[in-house]
Write a new protein. Structure first.
Lengths: 208, 766
């Protein structure tokens, strides 16, 4: 009997340090301090679209936690978080939104998660997701499962993966309705053009 | 019953009466119950709007960063979002949302309309069809749909697009979005409260709770923010505070003044304590009767009722003055003076009854209160006062000048009468110059500071006004909706012409069956094979699925039923626009900044539709009150004259009795005409009361039952002083009606008193 309990406890205990270690390692890879720029390619599979929709652009982050996603192709669209506000500006459609993050709906809330992923903010990610990491050097992955997901809830599951190149990663969002969004991002040197500065893009998105 | 037993019974029953009154009384502070009238449909509507209208229950909150902003403080948007969460937890809060964004459930409610898109896409379907169903515009619309699906609102748009690919159901809601403020004023919040606007007690508690929640958050944020609040309930709470102050001040001052006058005259604490117990009893009977008849006693009734102390003490004071002067028993004098006291009391009651019939609901309560208090005081004076004063001896101080004035009037009667006759002629000629108050706002309290804050706060919000709107009336809901749609079409024209800046209508939240049928007809006609092909081609071009979005189905037979709409959160959106009516249906279209005259003219010719202004409605009511109070003044004088004639049985003496009070009123009206004073129904009511009081003096003077004109005039002087003391105290009130009543009654009483010995020759006792 004693041997049974000992084996059981060992089985329960063993995965913990292993998982914690992998998770810490993966979160360490994700962690981003200070200003950074990423080039991204996005493929969205929408239920109402005839074919996958592709876009590309750059993402910018800064020390204060601002995130600007500037879509350059096929048209210029800015989606951004700065402080407690969320901004959206579609120049081609002349459509502009700005709202406190607390007011953002389910779709808009995804950019918050994206910020958490890009900046490696573990506390933001664990608030709404159960995290499971897997490290098979040089590859690594992080699976994020929404906590307390209910029927009709369209919060996506998220898979982030990478390899030996620390500047590249792939992010796949899968929603309950079958829609997916895949991002391939690569850290690049900060663009020097004034048009690509975070304050300038936030002003443009805010309509100032 | 023997005197000793009367006294014992009184002392035993008085505490019982006090206990019963305290047990029964429910003091009402709702101003609406006092100030608005419910005899006609418009007044009833006004009353309902003030009481529970959606906009009247709304607080406007503005959070701003204070000058001493803490370095680590959250942003204004984050602080406002936290405040919204905190305030939403309060029991008395129905909903709270940022002014720049509609509440989430309003937005979500628009999804309910997607299946009905072919029936509600336009208020003018025939006119809009050319642009809405233009095949050339379809590529642009498909492109817009794709971008909307990719935007932060993608989830919301997708659920609608699956049922309504052309997003026609959102067409009408574009104006709703425009109705919300487009600035990024993160600190502007709207709080919809649950209690009726004029339930000031509930709003005082809610206001305290709002301030407490804000203070807690602000303290945590290093006092980096400040809060300003406006809205109808803010005025309601301020008014309640002022009225409470007035009630306390007036009743205390009135009681103290009457006590001082009594002590000055009789210098007897013993007599005073009996008098106070007697008046207390009369007062309690008045309160209890009012409570039993109306189910509540308004605090303003208590304030104005306090002035009755000065009238009710007149009856015992008359008896006591005669007893003191003649060294005779109070019982003898109570019996001797009873006919005069009875008639005097009756004429006073008639004055108050006429006031009650003036149409002003608050005065109905005061009239009932006065009727029972005066009747009780008269009865107690006749049957109890002699028992209470059986063992005491009374002395009354000589009032200086009384004898001199009576003698002077006797000596110079002819000259003085000629002078008064000339003055009366001049007074009559000045009457056409009388000016009438046409703005009831002048009768409300001075709240300039709150009004200024209200204007400052409202500058942060879109300018939907709570008090002015387009009113639609019809016998049934369908007709009302059709009329509302016709009015909205007219408002669109007026908006283009710059007459109205914005409006908040009912379409497309609610649409008449007729409009739905017209929309469906135009939609089905536009849905040609060519149009369907063009749409599918546009979808292909935009990269959207023609299989899922390309099938545009003709309008089905299922109509959008108002009952179904009102089961969704839309009922919150429309609750302030569906007005309660006893018969038929009334709808309101709210207005932003507008030109009232242009708007009223622009709405002409529309059945069951008109421009409604709460302020103008109140002024119209004030005009009605004034006209009725003038009629009541005439009727009151006629009834008093008739009753005096019944007792005195002589036309000359009847006219002589009335003459001092009528002359006083004529001179007061003339003075106001010459001074340019704007008169309201409150002025007229004040004069009516002064007549009913002065007539008492005439009755006492002409009947002269004590047989000594000087003693009678002394007793009248004592009555005048107590009346002045109590009505003078009303002048301390901040509610403008109180000083007006104070001035009207005081002037009338003083003039009537002075004219008595001049206009009424000395007579033998009756």
């Amino acid at each position: 009997m004693k041997r049974f309990w000992a084996v059981l406890l060992l089985c329960l205990a063993l995965p913990c340090p292993a998982d914690d270690g992998a998770l810490s390692e993966v979160l360490g890879k994700l962690r981003q301090v200070g200003q950074a720029s990423f080039q991204y390619h996005e493929i969205q599979t929408l239920e109402l679209a005839a074919s996958p929709w592709r876009a590309s652009g750059i993402m910018l982050t800064d020390e204060a936690g601002s995130l600007v996603k500037l879509q350059l192709q096929p048209s210029r669209v800015i989606m951004a978080i700065s402080g407690d506000s969320l901004y959206y500006w579609d120049a081609a459609q002349n459509r502009r939104h700005s709202m406190p993050i607390a007011y953002a709906d389910e779709t808009a809330a995804q950019i918050l998660i994206f910020r958490g992923i890009l900046l490696g903010r573990a506390e933001e990610l664990t608030a709404g997701y159960d995290l499971a990491a897997d490290v098979r050097n040089p590859d690594w992955s992080l699976h994020m499962q929404p906590k307390n997901a209910q029927a009709g809830d369209n919060t996506p599951t998220i898979d982030i993966s990478g390899d030996a190149d620390p500047d590249k990663r792939r992010i796949l969002l899968r929603r309950a309705d079958g829609e997916t969004t895949e991002y391939r991002i690569e850290k690049v040197a900060a663009p020097h053009a004034e048009n690509y500065s975070i304050p300038q893009l936030l002003r443009e998105a805010g309509g100032e | 019953m023997r005197f000793a037993w009367r006294k014992r019974c009184f002392l035993l029953l008085l505490p019982v009466l006090l206990a019963v009154t305290l047990w029964q009384i429910r003091v009402e502070s709702d101003l609406n119950a006092f100030f608005t009238h419910t005899n006609d449909a418009d007044a009833e509507l006004l009353s309902g709007l003030l009481q529970s209208g959606e906009l009247s229950r709304r607080y406007l909150l503005v959070v701003e960063e204070s000058a001493a902003n803490a370095r680590d403080a959250p942003s204004l948007a984050a602080f406002s979002a936290k405040l919204i969460q905190q305030l939403a937890q309060l029991d008395q809060v129905e909903q709270v949302w940022p002014a720049a964004r509609p509440p989430r459930d309003w937005l979500d409610a628009t999804q309910f309309y997607a299946p009905y898109h072919a029936r509600i896409y336009s208020l003018n379907p025939a006119r809009d069809a050319a642009s809405l169903f233009d095949p050339q515009a379809l590529p642009g619309r498909a492109d817009g749909l794709r971008q909307a699906l990719l935007s932060p609102q993608g989830g919301f748009v997708k659920s609608i697009a699956k049922q309504d690919p052309l997003l026609l159901s959102l067409n009408g809601f574009k104006t709703l979005q425009a109705g919300f403020q487009q600035t990024r004023d993160d600190g502007a919040l709207i709080l919809q409260s649950r209690p009726p606007a004029l339930d000031s007690a509930a709003h005082a508690k809610l206001r305290a709770a709002i301030d407490a929640r804000f203070d807690d958050l602000n303290q945590a944020a290093g006092r980096a923010f400040r809060l300003s609040i406006a809205g109808v309930p803010v005025f309601s709470v301020a008014a309640r505070d002022e009225i409470s102050r007035d009630v306390t001040l007036v009743s205390t001052a009135s009681s103290l003044c009457v006590v001082l006058v009594f002590l000055l005259l009789f210098r007897s604490f013993s007599a005073l304590h009996w008098l106070l117990l007697l008046q207390g009893c009369a007062f309690l009977i008045g309160i209890l009767a009012t409570q039993l008849i109306f189910g509540q006693v308004h605090s303003l009734t208590l304030a104005l009722g306090a002035s009755l102390i000065g009238i009710c003490v007149d009856y015992p004071i008359h008896v006591m003055a005669h007893s003191a002067k003649h060294r005779s028993s109070p019982l003898h004098n109570a019996r001797l003076l009873w006919p005069s006291l009875w008639l005097g009391g009756l004429t006073t009651v008639i004055g108050y009854a006429a006031m009650g019939f003036s149409g002003f609901p608050g005065f109905e309560q005061i009239a009932v209160f006065a009727l029972f208090s005066i009747a009780a005081s008269l009865g107690l004076t006749r049957w109890l006062l002699p028992a209470l004063l059986r063992h005491g001896s009374l002395h009354i101080a000589d009032l200086p000048g009384i004898a001199g004035w009576v003698a002077f009037c006797g000596r110079r009667r002819k000259a003085l009468l000629s002078l008064i006759a000339c003055a009366a002629v001049l007074a009559v000629f000045s009457l056409p110059r009388l000016g009438w108050m046409d703005d009831m706002q002048k009768l409300t309290m001075n709240m300039d500071a709150i009004k200024q804050q209200d204007a400052t706060v409202r500058a942060h919000f879109s300018s939907m006004e709570p008090g002015r709107f387009v009113l639609i009336r019809a016998d049934d809901f369908e007709t009302a909706l059709q009329r509302a749609e016709a009015a909205e079409r007219r408002l669109q024209d007026l908006q283009r012409a710059g007459v109205v800046k914005s409006y908040h209508g009912l379409f497309p939240w609610l649409a008449s069956q007729a409009l739905q049928a017209e929309n469906a007809r135009v939609y089905n006609a536009a849905l040609t094979a060519e149009f369907q092909d063009a749409w599918r081609a546009a979808l292909d071009l935009a990269g959207l699925s023609a299989d899922k979005l390309g099938r545009l189905t003709p309008a089905g037979s299922g109509e959008l039923a108002p009952e179904a709409v009102l089961e969704t959160p839309v009922r919150h959106v429309l609750s302030g626009q569906l007005l309660a009516e006893r018969q038929g249906v009334a709808l309101a279209l709210w207005l932003g900044d507008h030109d009232p005259a242009g708007l009223a003219a622009g709405l002409q010719g529309l059945a069951g539709t008109r421009y409604f202004s709460q302020r103008e409605q109140l002024n119209q009511l004030a005009g009605q009150y004034r006209d009725r109070s003038l009629r009541m003044l005439a009727i009151g004088i006629a009834v008093m004259g008739f009753l005096i004639w019944l007792q005195i049985r002589g036309l000359r003496n009847t006219l002589l009795t009335l003459l001092p009070s009528l002359a006083a009123v004529l001179f007061i009206f003339a003075s106001w005409a010459l001074l340019g004073e704007e008169l309201s129904f409150v002025h007229v009511i004040g004069l009516l009361l002064s007549i009913s009081l002065c007539v008492d003096y005439g009755i006492f003077f002409i009947e002269n039952r004590g047989g000594d004109s000087e003693v009678t005039y002394h007793a009248i002087a004592a009555s005048t002083l107590t009346t002045l003391a109590s009505f003078g105290a009303l002048g301390l009130g901040k509610t403008p009606t109180l000083p007006i009543l104070s001035l009207s009654v005081s002037l009338g009483v003083v003039l009537g008193f002075l004219l008595c010995p001049l206009l009424i020759p000395k007579t033998d006792p009756a």
